[in-house]
Design a protein around this ligand. Structure first.
Ligand code: 5AD
Length: 454
């Protein structure tokens, strides 16, 4: 009765939230299982950023609730962004859902499951659901537990902030994640230290707008933002070898952050820099406070500090009113920035956002066409970069066995996945890898053994 399967939709923040829920549940005596067919409790941790993501989770919940006919004690929960966005209204379409928990209440999940189980054991009729999507002061501090696994964890996500106050006109996140709130710097650094002590070598700092971290809580010191101060502190931790973060906002790339890339070697040369559009007119309509020229300036400044910088981005095609000329501006800037990776989204109407009420919606076929144009450019750019890597030696952090178990995987500083043969004792170490060949998504190579050369 205590086997829990958690399915996660959406972003890395959701992955991290699920991991923390799993850790809390395990501490409470629940078992976290990998097989969704062999669980007593299924939790769907959902995403609302586009309609398709919500429909997927609703479809899954509808399908899974049929299980209750055969397994009357089966518990189904919907957590996270869609729970927050839709609340009890989800029960209209999905009356069999037992638990609806919003983004500020993940830490309550163990109590709610205990209560549901106790009610069942006491013979309370099934059908009374628990819904909690209230706001809670301090909830940004509750995502801090890590799941202990048998495998050595080399790379970890650390939540530094919740919510966003930016009001981009397409975006549902301020509604699902609430106001921007930062965790105390000392707590984050303590969490990173304890991860390092357990063998973690790479930290990814997570938040909806990480570059704004701590702006209401900490002073700038000598022109250095609290976000860069936090990076400096994590950088000072012995054992942490690599630092990444996601997602930043272009407005956060002032000189202190750009310069940080010059003086903090653990900061990996991979930046996810959401552009959304390359048209100044559309950026304005989206309420994105930068121009295409400023965006380009940031990319150039970062490449000046780290010539081998890798960039990824988010783009929305077909924002209401986006003309062929606007798209051409996006296409041009997209090509010029030479991305290694990009997430290209067709605009999706999110009810309750400013853009949802705009006339001039772009037809689906046109969105799809624009999507394909950018995907083609991305493929070409990424292939060119890959071809340039073959024959070079890259620093790789060894993460563990690959899916087949026959080889090992790791990542380069530019976040490319590598597959190679290695000794298990190298897990958690930085090794030089000679890149020999590549597919679209993976580099293959062999370790350069020290002492063999020269
Ligand atoms: N439609 C399409 N894409 C969206 N995103 C956010 N809201 C929407 C929407 N309504 C994209 C943005 C954001 C990423 C996480 O999702 O590009 O950066």
């Amino acid at each position: 009765m205590n086997r829990v399967y958690i399915k996660t939709y959406g972003c890395q923040m959701n992955e991290r939230d699920s991991e923390a829920v799993a850790a809390m549940l395990r501490a409470r005596g629940y078992r976290i299982v990998e097989d969704e067919h062999a669980c007593d409790i299924m939790l769907l941790n959902t995403c609302s950023v586009r309609d398709a993501a919500e429909q997927k989770a609703i479809g899954k919940a509808g399908y899974v609730s049929a299980r209750k006919k055969k397994q009357p004690d089966f518990v189904l929960g919907i957590l996270g962004c869609m729970a927050q966005n839709r609340g009890a209204a989800l029960l209209d379409a999905l009356p069999d859902v037992d638990l609806i928990v919003g983004t500020q209440k993940f830490h309550q999940v163990p109590d709610y499951l205990d209560n549901l189980r106790a009610a069942r054991e006491a013979g309370v009729p099934i059908g009374s659901s628990i819904v909690d999507i209230a706001a809670e002061a301090g909830s940004q501090n509750t995502i801090r537990d890590h799941l202990e696994t048998d495998e050595k964890q080399v790379s970890a996500f650390v939540s530094i902030q919740q919510g966003c106050n930016m009001d981009c006109h397409f975006c549902i996140v301020p509604k699902t994640r609430g106001d921007e709130r930062s965790r105390p710097m000392a707590d984050i650094v303590a969490e990173c230290r304890s991860l390092a002590a357990k063998g973690v070598r790479e930290i990814t700092l997570l938040g909806q707008i990480v570059t704004s971290y701590g702006r209401r809580d900490y002073a700038h010191t000598g022109g250095v933002t609290p976000f860069v101060q936090l990076i400096e502190q994590v950088h000072a931790i012995k054992g942490i070898e690599r630092i990444r973060f996601t997602s930043p906002h272009p407005r956060g790339f002032k000189s202190d952050l750009v310069e940080a890339y010059g003086r903090l070697p653990k900061l990996c040369e991979y930046v996810h820099l959401p552009m959304q559009s390359g048209s100044n007119r559309v950026l304005k309509a989206m309420n994105r406070p930068y121009s295409r020229e400023r965006y380009r300036e940031i990319v150039d400044a970062l490449r000046a500090v780290r010539p081998d910088m890798y960039f990824s981005t988010d783009i929305i095609v077909g924002y209401p009113g986006e003309t062929e000329e606007d798209f051409e501006q996006t296409r041009e800037l997209f090509e010029a920035c030479n991305y290694d990776m990009a997430y290209i989204f067709k605009y999706s109407i999110r009810s309750g956002t400013v853009a949802a009420d705009l006339a001039d919606q772009v037809p689906d076929e046109e969105k799809e066409r624009r999507n394909q144009v950018l995907l083609d450019i991305l493929r070409r750019n990424s292939e060119r970069r890959t071809a340039g890597l073959i024959g070079t030696v890259e620093e790789v952090l060894v993460e563990g066995p690959d899916k087949t178990g026959a080889h090992f995987t790791g990542r380069t500083r530019g976040n490319r996945v590598c597959v190679f043969d290695a000794d298990p004792r190298l897990v958690g170490q930085l090794v030089p890898l000679q890149i020999e060949r590549a597919t679209v998504s993976t580099l293959y190579g062999s370790l350069v053994l020290s002492g063999v050369e020269n």
